[in-house]
Design a protein around this ligand. Sequence first.
Ligand SMILES: Cc1ncc(COP(=O)(O)O)c(C=O)c1O
Length: 391
Amino acid sequence: MSTSPRVPDHPRNTAFAADPETLAGHFGEAKGLLPLWVAEPYVELAPEVTAALISRAGSGWYGYEVRPPSVLQAFWDWMAARHSWDGTGLNTSVSPSVGTSVGVLIEQLTERGEGVILQPPVFTDFKALISSAGRTVVRNPLVLTEDGYRMDLEDLAAKAADPTNRMLILCNPHNPVGRVWTAAELTEVATICARHGVFVLADEIHGDLAIPPSKFTPFGSLGHSGVSWASTHGPIKTFGLAGVCDTLLVTDDKRIAELFQTRGSQLHLNRNNVFAVAAFEAAYRSGGAWLNNLLDLVATNLTLLEDQLPDDINLITPEGTYLAWLDFRKLNMDVPDLSKWLASSARLALSPGHWFGREGAGFARMTVAAPTKQIQEAIDGLANAIAERPE
Ligand SMILES: Cc1ncc(COP(=O)(O)O)c(C=O)c1O
């Protein structure tokens, strides 16, 4: 894998992560910040995918396009080979984004005012999708123990027992804390949700990013009976294709798939994007070696953080995702001060932890799918900022 950054250090391109206005809006300044705050790989993407896109662009034909069966087959071949998950008997629907799938299922499976359970600190969009649909965010916070983050299953059972709480959005692997939930943990969740008729929407968009020896268990692979579920997948996080907009929704329940597809037809959400079709198949057919290299790079960068982070900053070592969850609580800074200090003193744009829920206060998230020299630069920035802090 090339170690040249895809987003240059201080770029002036259209990457959201590096957009000066966005940076200034979030971090108070933009100039000279190292942007490691958005969850995407900041390295050269899989050459097979780039080649497929260039070839598609060169075809001169961009009209309406069918999605040949080989495209979804590529996904299921990949799932079988990498995650021992066989799609036989499952319903697979195409969706432009995870957010689209989550929004449509909230709308279709819950009523206004009903509760959707989240496990904060968790990916920011879920809360907005629930609230903007007039549903209630019900919090089942993760618990940080000496052995890392755990689910509070007792609290989950209590929340699930309330008949107005109809859905759980599970994040597996979990953004931002990096847990790859075990089969045993997922089975407990399934049992609780089955008992109380709570629908499980498992967002598994980071599923390919379990860091060996951790192994990703797709929620739908457990074969538990009685729980109603769907899961989101796709190449967008793994292969840096979020801007290409092509994901999948998988469920074993024909009724759920039909509800989703009907709403998708009403809104024309199921139209194929010619570039997405090309990139999707290329990623799943030929991106395996690139992904293995990416995971090696992530492991190397995590080791560097473990070894070299200043003493006052603690890495919550992730089992999956390319996101490092950094604990700054020893510095005793309040929420606005921490963000400001990271930008102004460490010259870093990181996602402040409170974006993911109040449990994230005092933490920040750093993308580590980046050239090792950038992670070293980030560590040096943090070390300098700590050294310059007044006693
Ligand atoms: C857990 C998780 N789900 C969903 C998304 C976003 O997916 P989309 O852009 O397809 O809505 C992200 C992006 O970082 C994410 O981390």
